[in-house]
Design a protein around this ligand. Structure first.
Ligand SMILES: [Zn+2]
Length: 162
């Protein structure tokens, strides 16, 4: 098998329901399980990657996601499309079923709106048509006209592209 190793990219694919099934069992437990599974897959495939290779499948589209543990112990969920960040949210420090149920609805809603052409401004959180604000970008963020002109346009302009 040796000369066949490293020839494919292993990914982990979930739908929103599957991901939340894991999270309802404990957010930290789910995070560790995903992290461990990635390590195992990496070993099997002899694949070296830095990014998360976890994906959410939604309405036929694929979204990369990461469940991160921050330095202060906070656990966050990040979801990206090919183009930009679709959502970023924190989990409560203690597992809370009601909160997770609401979060599942929220994730489902945001992603379904995204696939219909709408996106949340990375600053104010208001929903906008993706087409109308797609040039207002800074790294993975996308901003509405108001936030772009108020803050992000100047920040983006200061970047040196060399
Ligand atoms: Zn905004």
């Amino acid at each position: 098998m040796k000369n066949l190793s490293g020839k494919f990219t292993p990914i982990m694919m979930f739908d929103v329901y599957q991901l939340f099934e894991l999270l309802f069992d404990g957010v930290e437990k789910a995070r560790e399980y995903i992290e461990e599974s990635e390590k195992e897959l990496k070993k099997i495939a002899d694949h070296k990657w830095g990014n998360s290779n976890c994906y959410l499948k939604f309405n036929g589209e694929f979204f990369q996601f990461l469940i991160s543990k921050e330095y202060d112990g906070e656990i966050r969920l990040h979801v990206w499309s090919k183009h930009e960040e679709v959502l970023e949210t924190s989990f409560p420090l203690k597992d809370n079923k009601k909160y997770l149920e609401n979060l599942q609805h929220h994730v489902h809603y945001i992603m379904s709106r995204y696939t219909q052409g709408y996106i949340i401004c990375s600053d104010c959180g208001e929903e906008h048509k993706r087409d109308e604000i797609q040039n207002n970008r800074y790294f993975a963020g996308i901003y509405c006209e108001k936030c772009w002109n108020k803050t992000w346009k100047a920040i983006e302009a200061k970047e040196t592209y060399n």
